[in-house]
Ligand binder design. Structure first.
Ligand code: BG6
Length: 489
C-alpha cells in the first residue's frame, strides 16, 4: 500500500503501558481522532504485561490523555469516540501461546499495524509470534529506536525482523523526521531555487547543528547510562538532520529517492581517526549546577545512578563530508542534556564576499546566515546586510533579520506533535519519514569508529556545570577554526 488514503486498520500497540505509549502515542492517536483523521473502523489494541498494583489499563490511558493533551483540546465527544476504539490485552510478548489469544482478538481486520514500543530485544519474539498465527502477511511493523547499540547489534535486530517482514512493511522511527520544521527542510531546500543554487562549498563556509535540552535523565538512568548522548541523539536525530541539510536533490519525493540521497551523505562522512579525535570531538558529562535559577544534581547524583559512570551527556564534533558539494565545509554538531535552553537549530553560514569594497572596520560585520529554528519558535531567519539609515550614518553596515515565523505565518498556534504525523504516514503506507535499514547501519558504522577511538584513548568525559553550554573544550573545537557557536548567551 502506498497511497494518500487512510485505510481502516487495527493498531496493536506492544508496550502500551510504558512511558512512550502513554506520553506520546495515545495522545497522538487522540489528536488524529480529534482532527477527524481516523476512519470510523480504526481500532487500537493496547498490549502489555500485567503488573502488580497497576491501575486498570484504560484508566492509565485516560490519565495519560489528561496529562499530555491540553485540557481545552480534550473534547468529551471525541474522548468518548476515542475510548470506544480502545481495547486491551495483558500478554507476555515472549510467550508463543499468547499470540493465539491475540489473533482471536484481532479477528479478520484487514490490515494490522504492530507498533513495537518495547526494547529491541523482544522484537524477534513479537515478529515470530505474529508470523506463527498467520498475522504477518497483513501487518506493517513499526520499530522504535534504539535499534541496537552498534552496527553489529543493529544488523542482528534488522535481520531478525527481515525474516518475517519485507523492508516495504518496516517503519523505523526517528521522531525528528516527523517534526513539521524538519520536513520543511525539504521544502526550503528544493522549492527555493534561490537557496539551492547557493547550497554548496562555493558559497557556504560552515554549518552548525545544535540540539540542546534542559532536561537531564528524567528517571531513565538505566537506559541512558548504557547508551550515552552519542547513541541516544547523534547516531539518529543529529545525523538525520545533517543528511537533510547535506543531501543532493532527490529525483522525486518517493521514500527510496530521498533515502538513497541520505545514504550517500552518510557514506561520504569522513572517519575521525585516533589523532584527530582530540581536536574534532568533545565528550562531556554534567555536574551539579542550576537551570532556570533552581539547583539541579550532577549526572552521577541522579536517581538510581552509578557514581563511577563515564557515560557522556554531551557531544560536540566537527564532521566533514567528502564530496564535491561539501569539500572543505565543516559541519559542527552539538547536543547535550542539562543545557541552558531547549533549542534545536541549524545555522547555515555563508562565505564572505569575494572582494571587499567597504571600509576595513566594516568587514568583520559582514555575514549572511540562515537560521532554521526547529524548536521552539519554529521558523527561519535570514540575516542580511543593510546600510544604517540616517544622514549621519554614511555607509555604515548592519545585519538585519528577515524573519519567517511559522506560527504567525500559518495562523495556527498548534504545531502537531511528530508522532501524529508519523502515525498518520504509517496508516497511509508512506515510508518517506522512516529510516531504511542501510541508513541506520551507515550511521552506526560512523558512530562505532568514534566510540572505538574513545575506548582506545580511555579519557573520561569533560565535566560541565548543568545550565551551561557544555565543556570549555567544545568552544575550543569551533574557535580553533575562528568561529563561534551561534546563540550561546
Ligand atoms: C529521544 C531521546 O529520542 O529524543 C531523548 O531518547 C531525548 O533522550 C529526546 O530527550 C528529545 O526529543 P525532543 O523531541 O524533545 O527534542
Amino acid at each position: 500500500m502506498s497511497s494518500e488514503a487512510i485505510e481502516p486498520c487495527t493498531i496493536a500497540l506492544f508496550g502500551a503501558f510504558g512511558d512512550l505509549a502513554l506520553r506520546k502515542l495515545f495522545p497522538a492517536l487522540f489528536q488524529l481522532d480529534r482532527a477527524g483523521l481516523l476512519p470510523p473502523q480504526t481500532q487500537v489494541l493496547a498490549l502489555g504485561r500485567e503488573m502488580a498494583a497497576e491501575e486498570p489499563p484504560l484508566t492509565l490511558v485516560m490519565e495519560a490523555l489528561r496529562d499530555f493533551v491540553p485540557s481545552d483540546e480534550l473534547d468529551q465527544a471525541v474522548l468518548d469516540r476515542f475510548l470506544s476504539r480502545l481495547d486491551w490485552l495483558y500478554m507476555d510478548f515472549q510467550d508463543a501461546q499468547a499470540y493465539q489469544v491475540l489473533a482471536k482478538r484481532i479477528g479478520q481486520s484487514d490490515s494490522l499495524i504492530a507498533y513495537f514500543a518495547t526494547p529491541a530485544k523482544v522484537y524477534a519474539s513479537i515478529c515470530s509470534g505474529l508470523a506463527v498465527v498467520g498475522l504477518a502477511e497483513r501487518t506493517r511493523v513499526v520499530l522504535e529506536k534504539p535499534i541496537g547499540h552498534d552496527l553489529q547489534s543493529s544488523r542482528a535486530v534488522n535481520e531478525e525482523v527481515a525474516r518475517y517482514f519485507p523492508e516495504e512493511r518496516i517503519y523505523r522511527i526517528d521522531h525528528y523526521l516527523g517534526k513539521e520544521t524538519v520536513q520543511n527542510l525539504i521544502a526550503l531546500r528544493f522549492a527555493n531555487n534561490l537557496l539551492e543554487t547557493q547550497w554548496n562549498q562555493n558559497h557556504i563556509s560552515h554549518v552548525e547543528i545544535t540540539v540542546a535540552e534542559k532536561v537531564g535523565i528524567e528517571g531513565r538512568w538505566g537506559y541512558f547510562d548504557q547508551a550515552g548522548q552519542l547513541r541516544d541523539m547523534v547516531q539518529n536525530h543529529l545525523l538525520q538532520l545533517l543528511c537533510l541539510v547535506a543531501m543532493d536533490p532527490p529525483s522525486d519525493l518517493s521514500a527510496d529517492s530521498i533515502r538513497n540521497e541520505k545514504v550517500k551523505v552518510l557514506k561520504a562522512l569522513a572517519p575521525i581517526s585516533g589523532e584527530q579525535l582530540g581536536q574534532q570531538l568533545v565528550r562531556g558529562q554534567y555536574v551539579s549546577g542550576s537551570i532556570d535559577g533552581r539547583p539541579v544534581p550532577g549526572y552521577l547524583d541522579e536517581e538510581n545512578s552509578n557514581s563511577k559512570s563515564d557515560t557522556e551527556t554531551f557531544v560536540a564534533l566537527r564532521a566533514e563530508i567528502r564530496n564535491w558539494r561539501w569539500a572543505g565545509v565543516p559541519f559542527y554538531l552539538r547536543t547535550g542534556k542539562r543545557m541552558p535552553q531547549k533549542v534545536s537549530h541549524i545555522i547555515i553560514h555563508f562565505k564572505d564576499p569575494a572582494h571587499h569594497i567597504f571600509a576595513p572596520e566594516q568587514r568583520p560585520l559582514i555575514s549572511n546566515r540562515l537560521v532554521i529554528r526547529l524548536q521552539p519558535d519554529e521558523g527561519i531567519t535570514l540575516h542580511v546586510m543593510t546600510k544604517e539609515q540616517g544622514l549621519d550614518k554614511g555607509m555604515q553596515l548592519r545585519s538585519c533579520p528577515l524573519q519567517l515565523d511559522f506560527s504567525d505565518t500559518y495562523g495556527n498556534s498548534r504545531v502537531p506533535d511528530a508522532y501524529e504525523r508519523l502515525l498518520l504516514e504509517i496508516m497511509k503506507g508512506n515510508q518517506n519519514l522512516f529510516v531504511r535499514k542501510d541508513e541506520i547501519e551507515y550511521a552506526w558504522q560512523w558512530c562505532d569508529q568514534l566510540m572505538a577511538g574513545w575506548r582506545r584513548q580511555g579519557a573520561a568525559p569533560k565535566p560541565y556545570a548543568a545550565g551551561t553550554w557544555g565543556p570549555l573544550a567544545s568552544i575550543g573545537l569551533i574557535s580553533r577554526d575562528g568561529k563561534d557557536w551561534y546563540g550561546d548567551y
